[in-house]
Design a binder for this molecule. Structure first.
Ligand SMILES: Cc1cc2nc3c(=O)[nH]c(=O)nc-3n(C[C@H](O)[C@H](O)[C@H](O)COP(=O)(O)OP(=O)(O)OC[C@H]3O[C@@H](n4cnc5c(N)ncnc54)[C@H](O)[C@@H]3O)c2cc1C
Ligand code: SF4
Length: 477
């Protein structure tokens, strides 16, 4: 009987691709993990236990067929592994880099429960697709037949781009509108290069253009083009605008100079990496060099801010979060990376006020965790009298994002929203309260993940194709 190439987890240990040493990676915005060598990717894939009921697959929002592409990789059949992987995921190399695998696929890998360490699913997914790009297997859309129907997509983030890709492959005329000068949404201007290098995103945009997707950039819907005009000019409209209204801080001095929003700070840094002119960076307003930096928040955005500040040459970088490490929303893997790079975390710390016309310090209230609240999460409570000052020259607010008021901005009172301002849309189709209008990604879910935006975009494209087919069938009767 031929040797089984799989189930090697007992003999072979988990081994992530090499991570660059902190003192080297702190000097640039390049990704911190190297690529697997071919034999290492095969070896690591061979650790999969090929479960009959693969929990990794059911906990991947895209239900990627992980055990099968791991097996194909272990057998050296990379072209087939890529074909299978991209059949469910529009941007596998992006998910492989930035999905919080510890909470999704890898967090549910069965061999982890037996103490052997998860299969490195994300790193293999990245390896397969990067190899596909190197070998020219990733090709632009080439629809067998052009169709006359057109779809407008508002927002060139992962949700909008995933829908654009699927619709274009079906021959639909697709125009993506975005208010920024580059596509990619938060992949381009939010997430820093040390997690996702920008050419990885740009080559995807170029490929969509090569496949016939039209991009209208620097175009804000509601200002440059009205939403009503889009509905008139296209057979369907997808809203994929994400959520950008930053939650704010209260307390004395909260309006001081030197207290900035995370999205502005990260966008400026990403623009610098593209070589753009960024006056707010040059003036020092959005540049951490030589400063004592305090970042407020415990999510992925806060982690990206602290690590960006380190790379800009901050004197010190501290992160304040009102709960403890075990109860923070951000990925623990990223906390570990930040600590290695020199970030100090002040857990159970709540900012109460700020000193200075230009900020000089943050007044920090010490907290403890009390009884669980209605959500089951232990609520932070103040410890009486435990307040101290934390010196700061730059304070970055990373407290999360909310939806903009689209019905008002676009003069569409019939567009139904939830009490959080996100658009009410059917999960699995994206249909909204307006006929022919769909919505996907963060503007439906609230601040979420790239992989969920891709899932929504794909589902919505499928629903639009079905709805167009149904409309034709009625017209033909
Ligand atoms: C700093 C940061 C780090 C993150 N890190 C991770 C991570 O590591 N892993 C992960 O999975 N997720 C991460 N996320 C979350 C992830 O980026 C989002 O969930 C995802 O990008 C949402 O995709 P989207 O397509 O819905 O919206 P977005 O990516 O936000 O794209 C929306 C696009 O719509 C455009 N737009 C908005 N309004 C208009 C208008 N009126 N007219 C024209 N265009 C408009 C915007 O310019 C933008 O380009 C992070 C988020 C942030 C902020
Ligand atoms: S898309 Fe994300 S969750 Fe799914 S297999 Fe890839 S890394 Fe895991």
């Amino acid at each position: 009987m031929a040797d089984n190439p799989m189930l090697k987890f007992v003999d072979i240990s988990r081994d992530m691709p090499q991570k660059r040493a902190p003192d080297l990676r702190n000097r640039d915005f390049d990704e911190i993990y190297d690529e697997y060598a071919d034999d290492k990717a095969r070896e690591q894939s061979s650790r999969c236990s090929q479960c009959g009921v693969p929990y990794c697959q059911s906990h991947c929002p895209l239900h990627n067929n992980i055990p099968d592409w791991l097996r194909l990789t272990a057998e050296g059949r990379l072209r087939e592994a890529y074909d299978l992987s991209q059949s469910t995921n529009t941007f596998p190399e992006i998910c492989g880099r930035i999905c919080p695998q510890d909470r999704l696929c890898e967090g549910n890998c069965v061999i982890e429960s037996s103490g052997h360490g998860t299969v490195t699913i994300g790193a293999v997914e990245k390896y397969i697709t990067d190899t596909a790009w190197d070998n020219g297997w990733v090709t632009p859309a080439a629809p067998a037949k052009e169709r006359t129907e057109s779809v407008a997509i508002i927002g060139a983030g992962p949700g909008g781009l995933a829908a654009a890709d699927m619709l274009r492959r079906a021959g639909i005329q697709v125009t993506v509108y975005d208010r920024y000068d580059r596509g990619g949404g938060l992949l381009t201007y939010g997430i820093p290069g040390f997690k996702l290098e920008k050419d990885v995103v740009m080559r995807r945009i170029a490929q969509l253009e090569a496949g016939g997707v039209t991009f209208r950039l620097n175009c804000t819907i509601g200002q440059d083009v009205s939403f009503a005009d889009l509905r008139r000019d296209h057979d369907a409209v997808i809203i994929a605008t994400g959520v950008y209204k930053s939650r704010d801080l209260a307390g004395p001095g909260a309006g001081a100079k030197g207290i900035v929003r995370a999205i502005d700070y990260l966008t400026a840094s990403n623009r610098r990496s593209f070589g753009d002119a960024v006056p707010e960076f040059d003036s020092g307003a959005l540049n951490a060099a030589g400063k004592r930096v305090v970042v407020i928040g415990g999510g992925d955005t806060a982690m990206d801010c602290v690590r960006t500040a380190i790379r800009q040459g901050a004197d010190s970088v501290k992160c304040l979060y009102r709960r403890d490490r075990a109860n923070m929303p951000g990925s623990l893997r990223e906390v570990g990376n930040a600590e290695e790079e020199g970030v100090v975390f002040n857990w159970l710390s709540l900012p109460k006020g700020f000193s200075g016309e230009s900020v000089t310090s943050v007044s920090v209230q010490q907290m403890r965790l009390g009884a669980p609240d209605v959500t089951g999460r232990r609520a932070p409570e103040e410890i009486e009298g435990a307040v101290q000052d934390e010196p700061a020259d730059l304070v970055i607010k990373a407290l999360g994002f909310e939806a903009e008021d689209l019905p008002t901005l676009w003069d569409q009172p019939e567009l139904e929203v939830t009490r959080w301002g996100t658009i009410k849309a059917e999960f699995t189709t994206g249909r909204t309260s307006l006929p022919g209008v769909y919505a996907v990604g963060d503007i439906v879910r609230g601040a979420s993940l790239v992989v969920w935006a891709i899932r929504d975009g794909r589902d919505c494209a499928g629903a639009i194709l079905a709805d167009l087919a149904a409309a034709h069938a009625v017209a033909a009767e």
